[in-house]
Design a protein around this ligand. Structure first.
Ligand code: NAP
Length: 290
């Protein structure tokens, strides 16, 4: 009987290399500015997932000599705008970069969120100008989760093929990833909850990226033999934290798979910190050259 040789992505080792580059940047920042770089993390909804992502960033920040300010935004009361509260907190903390945890609450639209963060402090590439640059193929920061998927796909070096099916059409994952991949000559199918015959689309692709938040829905029936499967989903169920992919089942058919936990999420946190340091250093260097 042939043994399937599915490669399981090692997020810890991959993110370790990114972290080494980030530490070099944060040390350089410290030697120029005489203080640690400051990242403001705005959490407007305080869901389980948000606080989990938030805690992991704070822990990572400590390891990388980055000061993280976690700003929990209260529910709006008596028509008082929480946006004003956020702006006040940002003046108080004087960050070098800003990001907003998602999912957003009902009272904050994606457009609100993209306007709070100026382009030059936009760690997540969510400002409309940065999104536009990705759309037109200019070099820019893209949201870290999409960037993590992009980097993992690029690391496969075309070995599994270049037809990618993404199951997610949000601004945080599917849309920016689709644009970034097209810019790099991949062929992309973008799916969502209204897509007909999802299995047909995913199983025709060389690489499947899934980010639906539906625990373990993606079984081996959804993929072609030897495909690469990138699991962005993170959901807490009774047994613990799982992804969108039914790992045991898909492992036996795929050629490459990212686990949950220890896969895309681990890389995402490292990319956020690295993108943050690039932004912070750019502003420091711009000042030095002024
Ligand atoms: P979201 O805003 O709810 O978006 C989910 C996307 O999946 C939407 O585009 C939705 O389609 C699509 N979808 C939902 N059910 C589907 C179905 N049955 N068939 C096909 N498409 C379906 O969620 P999100 O914020 O993008 O997060 C998705 C998952 O990724 C969650 O588990 C979240 O925790 C995880 N996540 C992980 C990271 C990380 O770093 N690893 C970062 C962010 C999010 P419609 O557009 O039609 O609604």
């Amino acid at each position: 009987m042939a043994v399937n040789k599915c490669i399981v992505f090692d997020g810890k080792s991959y993110s370790g290399k990114i972290d080494d580059e980030t530490i070099t940047l944060s040390s350089r920042f410290y030697s120029i500015r005489g203080r640690r770089p400051r990242l403001a993390i705005i959490d407007p909804s305080q869901t389980f997932e948000n606080s989990m992502y938030g805690r992991s960033k704070i822990r990572k920040g400590e390891k990388l000599s980055i000061e993280c300010y976690y700003i929990r935004v209260p529910q709006p009361v008596n028509n008082k705008s929480p946006i004003e509260y956020i702006e006040r907190m940002l003046i108080e903390t004087e960050p070098d970069g800003i990001m907003i945890e998602r999912p957003l609450p009902d009272w904050m639209t994606e457009n609100d969120a993209s306007q709070i963060i100026p382009e030059y402090m936009d760690v997540e590439g969510m400002n409309l100008r940065n999104m536009g640059k990705n759309m037109t193929g200019e070099k820019t920061i893209i949201p870290a989760t999409a960037d993590a998927c992009l980097q993992i796909i690029e690391s496969l070096d075309g070995k599994y093929g270049k037809d990618v099916c993404i199951v997610n059409r949000t601004r945080v994952v599917g849309r920016p990833l689709a644009m970034a991949l097209v810019n790099l000559d991949y062929t992309v199918t973008l799916c969502h909850s209204r897509t007909d015959n999802l299995k047909e689309k995913t199983s025709a692709a060389d690489i499947v990226v899934t980010a639906t938040g539906k625990p373990e829905y993606l079984t081996s029936e959804y993929i072609s033999s030897g495909a690469a499967v990138i699991d962005v989903g993170i959901t807490k169920i009774d047994r613990g934290v799982v992804g969108d992919v039914n790992f045991k089942d898909v492992y036996n058919k795929a050629g490459f798979i990212t686990p949950v936990p220890g896969g895309v999420g681990t890389v995402t946190t490292s990319i956020i910190m690295k993108n943050f340091m690039n932004i912070a250093m750019k502003r420091v260097e711009d000042r030095l050259n002024y």
